[in-house]
Each structure stands twice: as C-alpha cells, then as structure tokens.
Design a protein around this ligand. Structure first.
Ligand code: SF4
Ligand code: SF4
Length: 555
C-alpha cells in the first residue's frame, strides 16, 4: 500500500482546526515542509507538550513527511520562547544526525552549536524565560536533568504530580451529565497514571519511529512571540521569506504546512496505526488545568471531570483556543474530536462569551452608531500586514449601510485581532467579516486579488502574544507546559463520522457489532476527500445515528 493510502486509511487529518486530510495535503509536491509548532492560541499547551515529550518522533515525522512531498528540507517552526521544547528538539536533531549513517536524515541536518541559518538561538532573547536554575512551575521530573542542568522543582498548588492520587476527579458511580447520558449514567471512568513510554494507552510510542529510506534534512526555525504567527501564511513568510498570494494556499509558493499533532499522527499511520486518541488542553475554570489524552469520541463532560470539575456554577465552553475557537451552545453535547485542541471553561459573563452571543441586529446597530471608521482593524489585520488587500473597516461600513458585500472579506482567516484586540470601540469586525465571507460563498461571488506591498510599518505592528491573552481576558488561565499529560479512559465514546473537510465517511458497523480498538467503523469512498474513522475503544456498538457511532466499552 502506498504512503498516501496509509495516511487515508489511518484517518489522519489536520489537528489544528479545519481537519484537512493529510493524505490530500501531501499529494501535492512541495519544496519545503513546515511543521507548525507555533501553538499561537493563548492557553493551549497540547503541541508544546508534544514537542517536549516526543521531539525525536517529531524530527522523524518531519523527515518522513518531507520525503513524501518531495521536499528538499523539513523545518520545525516554534516560538522563540519555547525554550525547553527548543532544547529537546535540538537534542533530537543531534541524535538524528548521529543516526544519519543509517540513512535516516540528510547531509544538512543541523547539530547543536552549529544550527542552520534560521535556526540560530540567541540566548539573550530568552532573558526572563528560562535559565539553568530557573524554577519551572508545575514541572514534575524531579531529578531528571535536561542537558545536564537539573531543574529545580517548585510544585504549585496547580501542579499535577505523576503518581499522586488525583482526588475527587472521578469517583466510582459518578454520573456524567450530558452527552448520550439520557437516563443512563456512565459509571466511574478512572483517570490513570501515565503509561510507560513504550506502552501508551493513548498517544505515541517509540515504536512509531520506524523509518526506512533517506529523508530530507530537518532544521528548526524560531518564530517571534506574536499572534497569529501560527497562521499558515504568516508561518510561511517567517520561515521562508515567501508571501503566499491572497486567496492562495502555501502550495502556491512551494510550501506544505502540517501541525505537530498531525505530523505525529502521520508517522503512526505510516506504521499502520490509525488515529484513536488526541491530546487536548483543558483549562479555564477547572480545578486542574492541563493536557489530557483521551480516546476520540470521549464526552467533554468526562474530560471536565478528569480536570477536577468546573469551579463555577454558570459557565460556557470555548472549543479550541480563545481567539479562534467557538463558544459551544448552552445545551450542546460535545465530544472530543480529532480537531479539538482545547476546551476552555469560561464564566458566562466573560468577554469572549458576550462577543459570541451578541445578536446580529445589535452587531449591526453598533456598527451603524459607533464605528468611527478609524481603520485600526485594517491596520492591525495580520493578513493586511502581509500585503493582502483585506479591509475590515470597509466591511463594517458596507454592513452598516447594508448596501453591498465587501469582496475582501473572503480573505479573512478569522484570527480575531480586529475584534478582540484592535477595535477601540469594542465592536465586532470579525463577526461581520465572517458574515460577509459566508454570504459571498453562498452567492458564488469570487474575486481575484493582487498581492500588494506590505504596509511600511508592518514589522512593528505584530501583536505580542501576551498582550493578546490579556485583551482576550484569559491571562489568568495561562499555565506552564506540564511534564506529563493525564490519560483518561472512558466507558463510552461517540465518534462522529465526519471530523474532516469533505464528505462524511460511511458507517461500516451496525448496532450490536463488537469492535476492537482500531477497527474501521467508517470508510471513505476511494478518491473522495476525507478519511476513514476508527473505533477508539473496544466494545459493542450501541447506536449508529445522526452521523455518529456510539460504542460502549466492554471486556
Ligand atoms: S477599528 Fe472598530 S471603530 Fe475602527 S473602523 Fe474598525 S470596526 Fe470601526
Ligand atoms: S479576523 Fe480581522 S484581523 Fe483577522 S484576518 Fe479577519 S479581518 Fe483580519
């Protein structure tokens, strides 16, 4: 079976949000493969955890995927203040170079102390982030040296100690409110200690690193700590100096961008192991914010219990990051999917909730009466700063007047800078951009756009990540990358047959069937855009309806 077919059958889709099937992305040749380790959204920690925990696998994944697209090199891009991750990846690159004689990496793989251009690490930039003896809050590897420099451990009240009992998280017989639990409580699903490295319940194992064949060189590229540098187009610009034309994809400039979790899942799938679980950040108003790893289809209500429960009575869930995620409906029942990087528990009166809930007629009234056409939303728009002709202030004007659709709204990637950071009047230019964008799509209105020169002050207008977190009102929810993710087991999963762009896969199981973990339960028609879907636990199929397969665990 060829490699693209392995990726399709393995169900690998982009883990960063859209769920674009990896096999389709890698089907087009590219000169450069970029691994997106920016993890731009404030609060989210899942990719940072993966880079820290599995650097060697990530280096191998980068090389393997780069070979598939025919790239000359693979570049792992991460922010310049992710110091522990940078060190871990440098060490992995060193080790990989040592393995080069076995034909695993190319000639130019950088080694520590002699990085390639773009991988230079200036220690002065790390002032205030991490020095040898700086305490790492929440770090738990007591006695474990990193590069020979022992880390002093300061356990804060939030630290989750590996092996320590996690009290009050999931008790036997605790019913799980919500999803699929109509009168049928899901009984105790204990949180387990992290498994041994080579025998994970969920996640990645060293055995996933099988390679075979010569891979292109892999190097690091350090990104500035600004938002949204993880946007594909901003990432391509930072890592290669090329600008993706407006309305085009990175492939138009010879680049292919893959997220960290997608790359690791891809490496597993190349070994015939499908995507069955994912790492997800659970944060906000929960007792134990952290990175959790659970089977695909796990009810989010169970994940919240695993995180110690919600601390407040009136709350809403933000699915994904605080900037680009969406606020779930009040009674929406949610399960963990391949594309869900985070769940943030927010008070009902939080700014993000209020922005999302504002009725459209009020959005319009505010645009009419309050928008001063200062164009700050345009001047700080990250796509505008790349030279794309996008003008949210014009969309606001058109929306207020109600006389036309603004074509440039089609170029919006919905990062939220205009709405949550730029607008001095607290208006909703992103909501309006989204609206015009979807109406343009519905009406089949397509425009072509020419790339312009980047604005003169573009490089000074990038927005520091910390300021974004503060403006979004989530600074209080930030936490350090945990040393260990918490494994969660579930007695029931509800697995959507569509977790990707394209058509849903077709169920291949029926009520009453017994399935093993990893069995295919949904299959894509050959050549169609999409991926196969798999059972994430062993058990009996309880329901197949509304695009979902419900499996109850059993021996
Ligand atoms: S920043 Fe706000 S007030 Fe200024 S033009 Fe944009 S939407 Fe209007
Ligand atoms: S959400 Fe606003 S800032 Fe972001 S790309 Fe769209 S218009 Fe630009």
């Amino acid at each position: 079976m060829n490699e693209l077919e392995l990726l399709r059958q393995g169900g690998v889709v982009g883990g960063g949000g859209a769920g674009f099937p990896l096999w389709k992305k890698l089907a087009s040749p590219a000169e450069t493969l970029l691994i997106n380790g920016a993890e731009c959204e404030p609060v989210l920690q899942s990719d940072q955890y993966l880079m820290l925990k599995y650097p060697d696998l990530l280096v191998r994944a980068a090389g393997r995927l780069a070979r598939i697209v025919g790239a000359r090199e693979a570049v792992i891009c991460l922010k310049d203040h992710y110091v522990p991750q940078i060190r871990a990846l440098q060490d992995a690159l060193c080790a990989a170079r040592g393995a080069r004689s076995a034909g695993e990496l190319g000639e130019d793989a950088p080694i520590k102390g002699a990085p390639n251009e773009g991988a230079r690490i200036d220690r002065a930039r790390f002032k205030g982030y991490l020095y040898e003896d700086a305490p790492i809050r929440g770090a738990l590897n007591v006695g474990a040296p990193i590069n020979g420099a022992p880390i002093k451990v300061v356990l804060t009240k939030d630290a989750l100690n590996v092996g320590a009992p996690i009290e009050g998280i999931l008790t036997e017989d605790a019913p799980i409110k919500g999803f699929l639990n109509k009168g049928a409580p899901i009984n105790g699903a204990p949180v387990q200690d992290a498994p041994a490295e080579d025998a994970p319940i969920n996640g990645y194992a060293q055995g996933d690193a099988e390679s075979g064949g010569i891979c292109p060189p892999v190097r690091l590229h350090l990104l500035p700590t600004v938002y949204p540098i993880g946007d594909e187009q901003a990432l391509v610009h930072s890592a290669t100096g090329k600008t993706v034309p407006p309305g085009a994809l990175p492939g138009s400039v010879g680049c292919c961008v893959v997220s960290v979790s997608t790359a690791l899942n891809g490496l597993r799938a190349l070994q015939g192991k499908p995507v069955l679980s994912r790492f997800v950040t659970i944060a906000g108003e929960v007792k134990h914010p952290g990175v959790y790893c659970a089977p695909i289809g796990t009810p989010v209500s169970l994940l919240l219990q695993a995180a110690g429960g919600v601390k407040i009575s009136e709350y809403r869930l933000q699915l994904g990051g605080p900037m680009m995620g969406r606020i779930a409906g009040e009674n929406e029942e949610i399960v963990l999917t391949k594309t869900m990087g985070g769940v943030l528990v927010l008070p009902k009166e939080h700014r993000l909730v209020k922005h999302a809930d504002l009725p459209l007629d009020q959005v319009r009234n505010r645009a009419k009466s309050v928008c001063i056409q200062c164009r700050t939303c345009t001047d700080l728009c990250p796509r505008h700063l790349l030279g794309h002709p996008i003008y949210p202030h014009l969309t606001m004007r058109a929306f207020a007047l109600g006389n036309r659709l603004e074509p440039s709204a089609a170029l919006c990637m919905e990062c939220g800078i205009c709405e949550l950071y730029a607008c001095p009047m607290g208006l909703n230019p992103r909501r309006v951009q989204q609206l015009h964008k979807s109406m343009l799509r519905e009406q089949g209105q397509k425009s072509t756009f020419a790339l312009k020169d980047a604005p003169a002050l573009a490089e000074h207008r990038a927005v520091p990540s910390g300021r974004v977190a503060a403006r979004a009102g989530v600074s209080g929810y930030l936490f350090d990358t945990p040393h260990q993710a918490i494994q969660v087991q579930t007695p029931l999963v509800c697995i959507p047959l569509k977790q990707h762009i394209g058509a849903p896969s077709q169920a291949t199981v029926a009520v009453g069937d017994w399935v093993q973990r990893g069995d295919t339960i949904g299959r894509m028609a050959e050549g169609a855009l999409g991926c196969d879907v798999h059972a994430s636990i062993c058990g009996r199929v309880e329901r197949v309806e509304q695009g979902m397969v419900v499996i109850r665990a059993g021996e």
